[in-house]
Design a protein around this ligand. Structure first.
Ligand code: SDX
Length: 435
C-alpha cells in the first residue's frame, strides 16, 4: 500500500462555514484519489457522479489503464506484450494470481482448468427449455446463474479453497456453456470438451465439430482466438466488472455475480458493441456511404452512434484495437479474405473519423470492439456469438476482481446514495377525494 500518511489533505470549504479535510491517497501509478469516506459525516453532503466518471470504487492490483496514453497493463505487463508473447491461460494465471506462472505452475493450472470443463448433464437438460432462436447471451446468463444451483458445497465465499474451486469451474466451464448455447441454436448435438486440446482449440472443437466426422482445429484460427481471449480478459472497473463486484459485495454466489456480469456486458454500449459494429458495417455497405453515417453519428437528433468508437476511459487509441487491427489483417489474409469488404469499410471509416474534428475534439478512437467482430465473422463464428465470446474471455477478469473484492479488508456491501429530486413529504389523499 502506498504511503498516504504524509500527504497534505484536500480541504473543502463550503459557503456556510462547513469544511472538510479529505485525505489524498496515492496508488503505485496513476491518479491520486480524494478519500471522501468522511465527507457526509463532516458536511452532510454526498458527492454526485452519474456513471461514476470520476469515482474510484476500490483499490485493485489487477489492471491499470492510462486512458490519455492508451496504456493497458495486467499486473504491470503491457497488453501488447501479453498478446504477442503469451497465451490465454498463462494470462489468466497472471490476472488471477498476480505473477506470470513458472512452467510447473502453468502446467498445474492448465490441468486444473482442463479437468473442470465438463458441465453437469442436468445443465444440458436445462438448455432444452429455451427456444432454438434464444440469443446466446440470454442462455449464458441463465446457465452460469444455474451453476449456483449445482454447487451448494462451494458457497462458503470466505473459504479461499472454495473460492479457488469456484474460480476454476467458472474459467473452465464458460467455453463449454458458450458452445452449448451455439449448438442448441443451430439444432446440432452438443460436443463434449476434449482434454488433449488447449483452451482455444477446445472451444473451436466444441463449436464446430459434429459426431459424424473428425474435426481438425485450424491452429491459425485457434491462435487468433486465443489472442482475442487475451485482449478481452480484464479491463479495470468497467460496467460489467463493477456489476460483478456489486453483486458479490452482498455475499451472493460467485456464479450469480458473474451471471449478472454477463447481463451487464450484453448491452450495446458495452460488450454488445462488437455485434453492433459488424451490423453497422453491413448497413454502411460501401466506402461511398461512409460520409452519410459519419454525419448521422454527429447528429444529436439521430440516435445512431459509431459503434466500436469512443470509450469512457481511453481518450487515445485503445491498445487492444491496435493489436486486433493488425490481427485482422493477418487472419483475413491467411483465410484468403484480404479484400474483405467489412475490413476495408472499417479501415476507411476509422481514417475518415479520426480526421473529423467532431471525433478528434471528443477524443473518440476505435475501441476493442471495432475490429474484433470482423475477425470472428471471418472465422465463421456467428454474429450472435460475438458478445458470448467477450463474456467467455472476461470471466477470468470478473473472477479475479471478485476474489480481490472478497479479500479486500476495506470492501463492504456496495450501496450508493442519491440526489433526491422527488416530492417532499405530503399527506395521503383517499381516492374519493382525488381530482
Ligand atoms: C467496451 O469501460 C470499459 O472498459 C469497457 C470495455 C471493456 O473492456 O470492458 O472497454 C469494453 O464496452 C468498449 C465500448 C464499446 N461501446 C461502443 O463502442 C458503443 C459506442 N460508444 C459509445 O456508446 C460511448 O463512446 C461509450 C459508451 C463507449 C462511452 O460513453 P461515455 O464515456 O459516457 O461518453 P459520452 O456518451 O458522454 O460521449 C461523449 C461525447 C458525446 O457527445 P457530446 O454530448 O459531448 O456532444 O462523445 C459522443 C457523445 O455523443 N460520442 C459519440 C460516440 N461515443 C461518444 N458520438 C458518436 N459515436 C460514438 N460512438
Amino acid at each position: 500500500m502506498s504511503d498516504n500518511g504524509s500527504r497534505t489533505p484536500a480541504t473543502l470549504e463550503m459557503g456556510d462555514n462547513r469544511r472538510a479535510e479529505l485525505p489524498i491517497l496515492s496508488g503505485s501509478i496513476g491518479p491520486d484519489v480524494i478519500d471522501i469516506r468522511k465527507l457526509y459525516g463532516g458536511t452532510g453532503c454526498f458527492t454526485y457522479d452519474p456513471g461514476f466518471t470520476s469515482t474510484a470504487a476500490c483499490r485493485s492490483k489487477i489492471t491499470y489503464i492510462d486512458g490519455d496514453e492508451g496504456v493497458l497493463l495486467h499486473r504491470g505487463y503491457r497488453i501488447e506484450d501479453l498478446a504477442e508473447k503469451s497465451d490465454f491461460l498463462e494470462v489468466a494465471y497472471l490476472i488471477l494470481f498476480g505473477d506470470l506462472p513458472t512452467a510447473a505452475q502453468k502446467a498445474e493450472f492448465v490441468h486444473g482448468v482442463t479437468y473442470h470443463t465438463m458441465v453437469n448433464e442436468q445443465i444440458i437438460n436445462l438448455m432444452r427449455g429455451f427456444r432454438r432462436d434464444a440469443h446466446p447471451m440470454a442462455v449464458m446468463i441463465a446457465m452460469v446463474g444455474a451453476l449456483s444451483a449445482f454447487y451448494h458445497e462451494d458457497l462458503d465465499i470466505n473459504d479461499p479453497h472454495n473460492r479457488l474451486i469456484a474460480t476454476y469451474r467458472l474459467v473452465a466451464k464458460i467455453p463449454t456453456i458458450a458452445s452449448l448455447a451455439y449448438k442448441y441454436s443451430v439444432g446440432q448435438p452438443f460436443i463434449y470438451p476434449q482434454n488433449h486440446l488447449n483452451y482455444a482449440e477446445n472451444f473451436l472443437h466444441m463449436m464446430f465439430a459434429v459426431p459424424c466426422e473428425p474435426y481438425r482445429v485450424d491452429p491459425v484460427l485457434a491462435k487468433a482466438l486465443d489472442k482475442i481471449f487475451i485482449l478481452h480478459a480484464d479491463h479495470e472497473q468497467n460496467a460489467s466488472t463493477s456489476t460483478v463486484r456489486l453483486v458479490g459485495s452482498t455475499g451472493a454466489s460467485p456464479y450469480a455475480a458473474i451471471s449478472a456480469g454477463i447481463a451487464s456486458l450484453w448491452g450495446p454500449a458495452h460488450g454488445g458493441a462488437n455485434e453492433a459494429v459488424v451490423q453497422m458495417l453491413a448497413e454502411i455497405g460501401s466506402v461511398e456511404r461512409i460520409p452519410d453515417f459519419i454525419r448521422r453519428a454527429k447528429d444529436k437528433d439521430d440516435p445512431f452512434r459509431l459503434m466500436g468508437f469512443g470509450h469512457r476511459v481511453y481518450k487515445n487509441y485503445d491498445p487492444r484495437a491496435g493489436v486486433l487491427k493488425s490481427s485482422a489483417d493477418q487472419v483475413l489474409d491467411l483465410l484468403g479474405q484480404k479484400d474483405n469488404p467489412k475490413l476495408a469499410i472499417a479501415k476507411e471509416l476509422e481514417k475518415i473519423a479520426l480526421e473529423d474534428e467532431y471525433f478528434r475534439d471528443r477524443k473518440l478512437f476505435p475501441n476493442v470492439d471495432f475490429y474484433s467482430g470482423i475477425i470472428l465473422e471471418a472465422m465463421k463464428i456467428p454474429t450472435s456469438m460475438f458478445t458470448a465470446i467477450f463474456a467467455l474471455a472476461r470471466t477470468v477478469g470478473w473472477a479475479a476482481q471478485w476474489n480481490e473484492m472478497i479479500e479486500d479488508p476495506e470492501q463492504k456491501i456496495g450501496r450508493p446514495r442519491q440526489l433526491y429530486v422527488g416530492p417532499p413529504e405530503r399527506a395521503f389523499v383517499p381516492i374519493e377525494q382525488r381530482g
